[in-house]
Design a protein around this ligand. Structure first.
Ligand SMILES: Nc1ncnc2c1ncn2[C@@H]1O[C@H](COP(=O)(O)OP(=O)(O)OP(=O)(O)O)[C@@H](O)[C@H]1O
Ligand SMILES: [Mg+2]
Length: 232
């Protein structure tokens, strides 16, 4: 479970301080499927980077599965991130010189798992995202939707507590975006991994059980759909 309490983030540009997050409280529970919407510049990516331990808040507390992460040093944070968080980016962020299988194995190799075990687990998870027939392709030999499937497999391979996706469908055409969204929904349901998705697309947000809205650094709404109306 991810628990943010009164998270603030201030950037300093020369003499000017800008408060980009103004006291965010958010709990993401196991199995949650949450969308975060909000205007450009409202602080979505800043929040996601803090959730994903890629950035530190200026103040506030953050606990992951009960552990206070604000006291960890950078090395502890990377190890903790590797175990608990999967990240999916709009621009995929795959390593261009590695194959799909190698890209997906990497998080396991970093945490010290054996090469054979890592590859075998990576192969399984690539199967789950429908990429078994593209294991040895490099990113430049894959379509956008296929690259995002590989990136999702990489996010999931270490069985994280949560997968965080910052506009995962932003670079895809609408049919491919829908396929990627269905994949995230299915993995959330089948694997029970919490998924948090930043999106500008209301249709994508509507498929999530929880919908949060950020405006000007504040979390305005955090709606839980009661009866299931959508696919999730
Ligand atoms: N490293 C930084 N230094 C200074 N200001 C920053 C930095 N990173 C972000 N900001 C500012 O913080 C605000 C929020 O940025 P953020 O990237 O979180 O917005 P966003 O909601 O993700 O927008 P978009 O929908 O365009 O991706 C913006 O005004 C931005 O200029
Ligand atoms: Mg952003």
């Amino acid at each position: 479970m991810l628990e943010l309490a009164d998270i603030r983030k201030t950037f300093r540009l020369g003499p000017v301080e800008v408060e980009v997050l103004k006291g965010i409280d958010l709990r993401v529970e196991a199995g949650d499927l949450v969308s975060i919407m909000g205007p450009s510049g409202s602080g979505k990516s800043t929040l996601m980077n803090i959730l994903g331990l890629l950035g530190r808040p200026t103040s506030g507390s953050y606990r992951i599965d009960g552990r206070d992460v604000s006291t960890m040093n950078d090395r502890e944070l990377s190890a903790f991130r590797n175990e608990h968080i999967g990240f999916v980016f709009q621009s995929f962020n795959l390593l261009g010189h590695l194959t799909a299988l190698e890209n997906v194995s990497l998080p396991l190799v970093y945490r010290g798992a054996g090469r054979r075990a890592s590859r075998s687990r990576a192969e399984d998870i690539l199967g789950k995202v429908g990429m078994s027939d593209r294991l040895d392709h490099r990113p430049d030999q894959l379509s956008g939707g296929q690259k995002q499937r590989v990136a999702i497999a990489r996010a999931l391979v270490g069985t994280p507590s949560a997968v965080l996706a910052d506009e995962p469908t932003g670079a895809l055409d609408s049919d491919t975006a829908e396929e990627v969204m269905q994949l995230l929904i299915r993995l959330n349901r089948e694997e029970g991994i919490a998924v948090v998705i930043i999106t500008h697309d209301a249709a994508i947000s509507m498929q999530c059980r929880r919908r949060a809205l950020i405006r000007d650094g504040e979390l305005l709404e955090d709606v839980r759909a009661s009866a299931e109306s959508g696919t999730a």
